[in-house]
Design a protein around this ligand. Structure first.
Ligand code: AP5
Length: 262
């Protein structure tokens, strides 16, 4: 059984209690001897405006499920850092807060999803961002007999997005997220987790944030309807505390399991 396959039978009540999540990723024998025998892939998409908390939640969900985390923004920033042809092409779009063209993104994600570690599940963040990307993903998965489990939409109003992004700081080494007001590090400017320097992302400057929001509403928000029509959309109140948002997501996933199979 692959790491992203999880026990479908679970106690929803237990899931919303922090620290007692019954299936943290790989299914091992349960201490109570329970054996379900019914498994499914967990193919999740974290969706929402810039700054909704997708990366923050992904960090928590990765610990729960141990599925590979595939964040197109992180992948692109790695290409920029390494100076690859893709990175050189993508940089000007990213710096302006515009979307990188579909053909570049699609090739990058297609390759990533073909890797061995993504065969039993994945957690996508920042993709798809256009209807074309959503259709391409659906087609790739369908050709492999796979499908999306759920699209988790973190709903946060624009004013909150601006507050979050303008105060965000990220560490240069591991990309860990902080916020000067809501989630400050223990020592100013230093990552709690790896001791590296904290910086502001180039696209977290006010004029770029404004454009990223405009682009989100124009090109990405319509993808919400695409997934809603397919019954895959789950709405999450992203304005709550990060821990509460996390609990809500876990409960949603547990409920999905129960609805799907029993
Ligand atoms: P990307 O890196 O994907 O950026 P994004 O979608 O704009 O998302 P962010 O990383 O800014 O926000 P987030 O939702 O992860 O929030 P976070 O958890 O950090 O994309 C960057 C660029 O790459 C794009 O503009 C585009 O150019 C290009 N690109 C990427 N994918 C593409 C694609 N598919 N197609 C085309 N182009 C693509 O949280 C933000 C802050 O809020 C943090 O400081 C955090 O501490 C704080 N916070 C989080 N949750 C809470 C909470 N509940 N309460 C209070 N504060 C919170």
């Amino acid at each position: 059984m692959g790491v992203g396959r999880i026990d479908l039978r679970c106690d929803v009540g237990a899931l919303v209690t922090p620290g007692v999540f019954p299936f943290p990723g790989t299914l091992g024998p349960r201490p109570d001897g329970y054996s379900a025998g019914v498994v499914s892939e967990l193919n999740l998409i974290l969706f929402g405006p810039p700054g909704a908390g997708k990366g923050t939640q992904a960090e928590r969900l990765r610990k729960d499920f141990q599925v590979p985390y595939i964040a197109t923004g992180d992948m692109l920033r790695a290409h920029v850092k390494d100076g690859t042809p893709l990175g050189q092409e993508a940089k000007r779009y990213m710096d302006a807060g515009d979307l990188v063209p579909d053909e570049l993104i699609l090739a990058m994600v297609r390759d990533r999803l073909e890797r061995d570690d993504a065969q039993d599940g994945f957690l996508l963040d920042g993709f798809p961002r256009t209807r074309e990307q959503a259709e391409a993903l659906e087609e790739q998965l369908r050709s492999l007999g796979r499908r999306i489990t759920a699209v988790l939409l973190l709903e946060v109003p624009d004013a909150e997005v601006v507050r979050r992004l303008s105060g965000r700081r990220v560490c240069v080494k591991g990309g860990h997220n902080y916020h000067v007001e809501f989630d400050p590090p223990k020592h100013e400017g230093v990552c709690d987790q790896d001791g590296s320097r904290l910086v502001q992302r180039d696209d977290d400057k006010p004029d770029v944030i404004e454009n990223r929001l405009r682009v989100y509403h124009e090109k990405t928000a319509p993808v919400v309807d695409y997934y809603d029509e397919r019954g895959l959309l789950r709405r999450i109140d992203g304005t709550r505390e990060a821990a509460d948002v996390h609990d809500h997501i876990r409960a949603v996933i547990a409920t999905l399991r129960l609805e799907e199979d029993f």
